[in-house]
Design a protein around this ligand. Structure first.
Ligand SMILES: NC(=O)c1ccc[n+]([C@@H]2O[C@H](COP(=O)([O-])OP(=O)(O)OC[C@H]3O[C@@H](n4cnc5c(N)ncnc54)[C@H](OP(=O)(O)O)[C@@H]3O)[C@@H](O)[C@H]2O)c1
Length: 321
């Protein structure tokens, strides 16, 4: 079981926000009933795991679900990356140390590694489960074919199966809907989705033709590259037109965006980010909100052709980064 809304610390902890603000966001998340926390070894060059470890220190371990990930480089060496036996085995030990815990609840392959045999990766993950360092295995941004291959190998070899996928999913980015979701529903894999608010864009705070608000992700040196895919006038204009939809329902824009991803029955949890505790308190109110079919249709009509639906946009690097 996971909380319907999870808290993630990409781009914030150890980077955009100071330690005090990071701890306040984690405390706000705990106060609001969030039990699931997502990080990755690569975030802020491993510093994000350390900050999360300190922020959760002293909280009863059994009351938390802690997720982390492996794949992207954590050092300059040729084996400080990817999903080889060597890197996964070394990476989990570093993550556990930084997170100050004996095990993580979910360990996720942060992308597909074309340079390691899939059997090697899955066997290594399975070994970590047997060692008690990891309770469940998930993947992130894998294609439907890659997930299907992994499930087939796991079934043939008697390995633990993948239980989750972590894709980008929000009103503007729906590329999982045609292939990944149908396969996952059939196979019992849940989606734990990232950037449900499109990194802040779906709050409507970025107005076309105007400078982004001071201190927002679009002005942050590490964040601005990733958010740029949505920072187009046509997208921002349509997003402004969602404001009456949210206000008619008595929801904030962030709540509408988060509630939208949770309407998909294959979505187990929406991982929200926050640079300030009041954002966590705002976003968490999306839990349990039901959006009627008419509302979903109105959203589709407003957004029209700015929605990305192309399944081929789920990609991993062809060679190790
Ligand atoms: N697996 C992957 O490859 C992958 C990739 C990316 C993310 N993730 C995971 O998903 C998590 C969430 O991603 P994300 O941070 O992009 O999610 P998000 O929830 O779409 O965006 C979060 C950002 O939006 C702004 N925001 C959030 N709530 C707001 C509110 N109520 N009002 C105004 N602004 C608000 C804040 O940025 P500002 O205040 O700075 O504007 C906040 O940091 C990450 O922490 C990570 O755990 C995974």
């Amino acid at each position: 079981m996971v909380s319907e809304i999870s808290y993630g610390n990409w781009l914030t902890h150890g980077s955009q926000v100071e330690e005090d603000a990071a701890k306040q966001c984690v405390q706000a998340a705990l106060d609001e009933g969030i039990t699931t926390f997502d990080t990755a070894d690569v975030y802020a060059g491993t510093k994000a795991e350390e900050v999360l470890g300190r922020a959760l220190h002293g909280v009863r371990r059994e009351s938390l679900e802690i997720f982390t990930k492996v794949f992207w480089p954590t050092g300059s060496g040729q084996n400080d990356r990817g999903l080889s036996r060597k890197h996964i085995t070394e990476a989990i030990n570093g993550s556990l140390r930084r997170l100050q815990t004996d095990y993580v609840d979910l360990y996720q392959a942060h992308r597909f590694d074309y340079e390691t045999p899939l059997e090697e990766t899955l066997k290594t993950f399975d070994d970590l489960v047997r060692q008690g360092k990891v309770l469940y295995i998930g993947v992130s941004e894998w294609t439907a074919d890659q997930i299907a291959q992994a499930l087939k190998i796991a079934d043939e070899m008697g390995f633990d199966r993948i239980v989750s996928n972590q894709p980008q999913y929000n009103m503007l980015w729906r590329v999982i809907e045609t292939e990944i979701v149908p396969l996952s529903e059939k196979e019992g894999v849940g989606q734990i989705v990232w950037s449900p608010i499109a990194q802040g864009v779906l709050t409507g705070k970025y107005v076309p033709g105007q400078q982004p608000p001071e201190g927002s992700r679009a002005t942050d040196k590490s964040g601005s590259a990733m958010i740029s895919r949505f920072m187009r006038d046509d997208v921002l204009t349509r997003v402004q037109e969602l404001k009456p939809v949210a206000s008619d329902l008595g929801l904030s824009m962030a709540q509408l965006a988060t509630a939208w991803v949770l309407q998909n029955p294959n979505v187990s949890s929406a991982i929200v980010g926050a640079s300030r505790p009041d954002q966590v308190r705002d976003n968490v109110k999306a839990a349990g909100v039901k959006l009627e079919a008419g509302v979903l249709q109105r959203i589709d009509e407003v957004l029209g052709d700015v929605v990305e639906r192309d399944a081929s946009k789920t990609v991993s690097p062809r060679t190790r980064p």
